[in-house]
Write a protein that binds this ligand. Structure first.
Ligand code: GTP
Ligand code: MG
Length: 458
């Protein structure tokens, strides 16, 4: 790892109140002293007012803070210049810092140094990027929770238990003459089961984590002309999809990302499903059916003017059998005829479709109810997102799975009567997989991949 002093702009380049230029490394203070003049002396953890000067020329009036190693974000000496937030002035000061002895930081290099200097582990560094990229408040709470180390704590505990068990096995195998309590196969199996259960309970949070991070994938399905595209437009708050009274208007899948409160929906409006001779429309219908397989939630729309069709019930049963979450929307309530409407309700009830919302997009009826129903289906209101552990990262999920695989092999070997020292290698592997989550024994490649997702200046 190079110890060269690095610098970058830490704020977004736009016209704003202030911009921050960050410098980290042994030369930070020296560089600042070359370009900063002030009546006060720079001291750690203090902010000093002064001027940035290039030779005699004043570039800006600024505030400079200084954090002395190891008490800084990176664990190195850091100086930060708060200058006026104009594009040109910020770039000019950065250039001066570079000319004065720093080199431009790579993406994520400040955080990489923080990790390498032991200021945070890898799961916490990954939480930093999640926090910066968070699109909802829940997502930022979960990321902050991870940054505070709740993944690290759980993983460390699990790993220490495994290391302790391994040590116990090794001692009893290597020094049988010592009076170590003999490690029984059944006891080790019991401990392995315990660890697998704990890892599984962490893994089970991933579905919720994925939804918090990426949003809920939703498809709006139904027969032609029921109002699917109208609903998409209503939720998106603008006319994304073409709406006409001609059945078969939507041919392709139309996707839109929509926030409702603290929930992000990735909505796919689909072609109305029907038998059709039209080649293009038929491809659209096939795509609709395919989309059905890929989503977390289906909003199935029925037009109360037309009533419920045999095809509706067939599709609804198919969705139910696949175990996909489902909300049935009865649209065009403004045109409702009682007899048709009650027949639909009876059919739905007879087939045990419970989540039903009455809607008139034209009269703005039922939209809020739909949003509330979605929140209810996906978010547990009593869940403490700030403190409970949720994993959101596929890297963590994959490593947890690998740890379980290794533990399962160890258990099977023991069940087949293999001697206890044989399984040591699998326990060790499991410990290593867990270790990778927090950055112990992680390869350079993996590390580079993680930090290149960061922005420059973080
Ligand atoms: N009266 C009434 N008409 C509606 C309502 N919602 C949608 N419509 C009308 O129904 C027609 C069809 O709406 P779309 O949103 O294009 O229906 P779709 O389900 O996307 O249709 P396809 O793309 O053909 O599958 C349009 O004329 C809409 O204005 C409603 O709540 N009440
Ligand atoms: Mg449509």
């Amino acid at each position: 790892m190079s110890t060269q002093t690095i610098a970058a702009i830490g704020t977004a380049l736009s016209n704003s109140g202030i911009s921050i230029i960050r410098i980290s490394g042994e030369q930070s203070l020296h560089i600042i002293q070359k370009i900063f003049v002030s009546k006060a002396k720079l001291e750690p953890n203090k902010i000093i007012y002064g001027k940035i000067v290039d030779d005699e020329k004043v570039l800006d009036h600024v505030l400079v803070s200084y954090f002395k190693a190891p008490h800084s974000y990176t664990g190195e000496d850091i100086c930060e210049i708060n200058c006026h937030g104009g594009n040109e002035i910020t770039k000019e000061i950065l250039e001066l810092v570079l000319v004065s002895g720093a080199r431009l930081a790579e993406a994520g290099e400040f955080s990489k140094r923080a990790f390498l200097n032991g200021k945070m582990d890898l799961s916490q560094a990954e939480a930093v990027i999640h926090l910066i990229n968070a699109k909802t408040r829940t997502e930022s709470r979960v990321a902050l929770n991870q940054l505070e180390g709740n993944i690290s704590k759980k993983i460390r505990e699990l790993r220490e238990d495994l290391i302790e068990l391994l040590a116990h096995i090794e001692v009893s195998v290597d020094y049988p003459e010592y009076d170590y309590e003999e490690v029984e196969n059944s006891y080790v199996i019991h401990l392995i089961d315990e660890k697998v259960n704990k890892i599984n309970s962490i893994l089970s949070t991933y579905d919720q984590g994925r939804i918090i991070q990426n949003g809920i994938n939703v498809a709006i399905l139904g027969m032609p002309n029921v109002g699917k595209s109208s609903l998409l437009n209503k939720l998106a708050n603008y006319d994304k999809a073409i709406v006409t009274d001609i059945p078969g208007t939507t041919r392709d899948i139309i996707e839109e990302r929509v926030s409702i409160g603290d929930v992000v929906l990735n909505i796919a409006d689909t072609a109305g499903i029907r038998d059709t001779e039209d080649v293009i429309e038929r491809i659209g219908v096939e795509k609709s059916l395919q989309k059905m397989e890929e989503v977390d939630l289906i909003i199935y729309m029925i037009n109360v003017e037309e009533g419920i069709q045999k095809e509706d019930l067939e599709l609804l049963s198919k969705i139910k059998n696949k175990g996909i979450k489902l909300i049935v929307v009865l649209n065009k309530m403004d045109k409702m005829e009682k007899s048709i409407f009650y027949t639909i309700l009876e059919e739905l009830k007879a087939n045990e479709f419970e989540s039903v919302i009455e809607m008139s997009i034209q009269n703005e009826l039922g939209i809020e109810e739909l949003k509330n129903e979605i929140q209810k289906l996906f978010y547990q209101s009593d869940f403490d997102y700030e403190h409970e552990l949720i994993i959101t990262n596929t890297r963590h999920k994959d490593l947890l799975k690998k740890a379980i695989e290794s533990l399962t092999i160890a258990k099977n070997e023991l069940l087949q009567g293999q001697p206890i020292d044989i399984v040591g290698i699998y326990l060790k592997n499991a410990g290593n997989f867990l270790g990778e989550i927090i950055g112990a024994n992680v390869s350079q490649d993996v590390m580079d991949k993680i930090f290149e997702k960061f922005c420059v200046g973080k």
